[in-house]
Design a protein. Sequence first.
Length: 89
Amino acid sequence: MCHGVDIKGTGPLANKSNPPTPDLTTSAFKKRLRDYPGVIVSSVILRPNGDLIPKTLKENGVKVAPYAWRVKDFRDLNEYMSDVIAKNR
């Protein structure tokens, strides 16, 4: 919905979040991911208000079931995103 199939921040909600959805294929983002493992979890999911993604989706009519994140979920998400980003070099 946000990053798009190409993970370049081209999804239908990319410009509706604040800040806008980043392009995960840039060398700058890949460097951040290498230098700071877990950057996706810490800088995207856990914004200071802790609600960026659910709020953006909700405001644009996307239904999201409540979910209690576990540490393993964050690790899995980071591993998945790292793999996706690595494949889009």
